[in-house]
Structure formats: structure tokens, C-alpha cells
Design a protein. Structure first.
Length: 307
């Protein structure tokens, strides 16, 4: 099929949102930026590092590639507008795999309200997907990691621990329960919760990609504060408890340190400022670092490459 035949195959006939002024087909795309500022983020997914095709369908991988990027834009309080996709794959990759990958990307982009406006395709020894997402702040200030202040409340939106439970299940050779395995294969970030938090006056926000405690550590460091998570406020779903009992694991550990759910964590000046779809799980205090019930957490707090 060749490079250009493949590009036509995965882009023709796709619907673009109004923010796409010029989509695939030229040297570059043109995207509307009514705010005058553009939020941008990039993630790279590598086969057998971030996904496995014996665990996930190509469609699920495509959804995941988009979801992990859009969550970063949502964590800034922005609305996603456009995606640029760089894809590298072996020359003997079946066309059906590329079709499913593209279908997953377009479907997740549509769920987020963004368009796939361009990118690049090259040959490589393994499948690699790089996605850059652009977002619109809609006149609001970006919500960064550095705005948390002592006295703020800590809240989360989205699920915690489900993807980690799914990874544990897949690692044992099982393919069910479907709900937790699906959370690992294709996360469902709460995209709308980011802009809602920004509108409600969130002082700091972050996408939980590497684990709640690990990512809150970035907020604590950037804001020069301490953050305390209260376990009695955490939601540990009964499904996670059941799986943990079967595997001899601690479900609370999945909730505190498991990544890849791409929930959002944010700090707010008061409890009353927390939007309806958010759950209060702790508080910001004087000091430094992250504690659980006032004490340091023993063991790894999340994922970090090369460590």
C-alpha cells in the first residue's frame, strides 16, 4: 500500500470538528485558536512497553494513545482541539491492524471533541505511536502544578486503581473481569472535569498517569507544600477488593500508586468550590512531600521510567 496509500486509507472520509480549518492533505494543518494561546502536550507509546497486542486489540491501543494525551490537556483546564499522530511500524504490519488503530484514535478523539489533523508515518522494527494534542483555554488561565496553597482541599475526578488491577490480572494470564482489564487496555479519562475544575477556581491540577502519590509529589514539589491523602476518603470499589483477595494483593495500594487510569487530581480553595463530579480525598498543608494519613507511605509510590 505504501506510505501515502496508508495515509489516505486512515484519513479519508473522517469528520473534523469546527476547530479544524485545514486537515490532512497539505504540508501542515491549520487549527483555530480563538483564545490566542495553545496548550500542547506529547506522549509516545512503544509496543511491549506501554501496550501489548496480545493483551489489547489495535482499536484499544488507538484509543489509549489518544486518551493519555488528551488527559494532559484537560489537566491544564483546557479543551482539546486537535491531534497530530506520528506512527512507526514494521513493513509487514497488516493493513487491518492500521485500520483498527486509526478507528480507535478517531473514536476517542471524537469522544474528546478533537480532530486528527495530521502527522507522519515511517518504518520501524516495532510499533511506536506518538501523539501531540493541542488545546484551547477558552479565556481561562492555565491550571498548573504550582498553585496549591496550605489550607486547600485535595480532590480527584475519575477512577483510581482500576488500570493497575487490570494489569495485575493480565500479568497472571487472565482476561477477566472485563471491567478492570478494559481499564488497562483503554482508559477513560474524565476530559470535561478538567475545564470544569478550572472554571470552579482550581489552584493546581495534574493528570494521574504514574500513580496518585507519585503525581501528587509533582504538585507538592512545584507548589512547595505538603499534601496529605486520607484513606477513609478514598473510593475502593468492591470489584477491586474482590480481585485483590483473589490475587493476594492490597487494593488500596492499587488506588494509591497505580497509574494509567488518567484520573485528574486538583486542589481547591474550599470544599464548596469542588465541582459535583469531584471527590475530596485530602488536604494541602505546610511542609513538603506527600503523606498518607499523616505518615510517609512505605514502598514505591508509582511508575518512573529507568527507575
Amino acid at each position: 500500500m505504501g506510505e501515502f496509500g496508508l495515509i489516505r486509507r486512515v484519513t479519508e472520509g473522517r469528520v473534523q470538528p469546527p476547530s479544524t480549518l485545514l486537515g490532512p492533505g497539505d504540508d501542515a494543518a491549520v487549527v483555530a485558536a480563538p483564545d490566542g494561546r495553545v496548550v500542547a502536550s506529547t506522549d509516545v507509546l512503544v509496543e511491549n512497553v506501554h501496550f501489548r497486542l496480545d493483551w489489547s486489540t489495535p482499536e484499544q491501543v488507538g484509543r489509549k494513545a489518544v486518551a493519555v494525551n488528551v488527559a494532559d490537556v484537560a489537566a491544564m483546564g483546557a479543551v482539546p482541539t486537535a491531534l497530530l499522530v506520528g506512527m512507526a511500524c514494521p513493513p509487514d504490519t497488516p493493513a487491518s491492524v492500521m485500520d483498527e488503530l486509526a478507528n480507535g484514535m478517531w473514536a476517542e478523539a471524537a469522544r474528546a471533541g478533537a480532530g486528527v489533523v495530521g502527522g507522519d508515518m515511517v518504518t520501524s522494527e516495532r510499533l511506536v505511536i506518538s501523539v501531540t494534542v493541542l488545546g484551547d483555554l477558552q479565556g481561562r488561565a492555565p491550571v498548573t502544578r504550582s498553585g496549591a496553597r496550605p489550607g486547600d482541599v485535595l480532590a480527584v475526578a475519575g477512577r483510581l486503581g482500576w488500570a493497575a488491577a487490570g494489569l495485575a490480572v493480565l500479568g497472571r494470564g487472565f482476561r477477566s473481569p472485563v471491567a478492570v482489564v478494559g481499564a488497562q487496555r483503554a482508559p477513560e479519562p474524565p476530559y470535561a472535569a478538567g475545564p470544569a475544575a478550572a472554571a470552579a477556581g482550581a489552584t493546581a491540577m495534574i493528570d494521574i498517569s504514574d500513580g496518585l502519590l507519585a503525581d501528587l509529589g509533582h504538585v507538592a514539589e512545584s507548589s512547595q507544600v505538603g499534601i496529605d491523602v486520607r484513606t477513609e476518603l478514598l473510593e475502593v470499589h468492591q470489584r477491586l477488593v474482590d480481585i485483590a483477595n483473589a490475587l493476594g494483593a492490597d487494593p488500596r495500594h492499587w488506588v494509591l500508586t497505580g497509574g494509567e487510569d488518567h484520573a485528574l487530581a486538583a486542589t481547591f480553595p474550599t470544599v464548596e468550590a469542588v465541582p459535583p463530579d469531584w471527590r475530596v480525598i485530602g488536604a494541602v498543608r505546610q511542609g513538603q512531600g506527600v503523606t498518607v494519613d499523616g505518615q510517609p507511605y512505605e514502598g514505591p509510590q508509582g511508575w518512573e521510567h529507568w527507575r
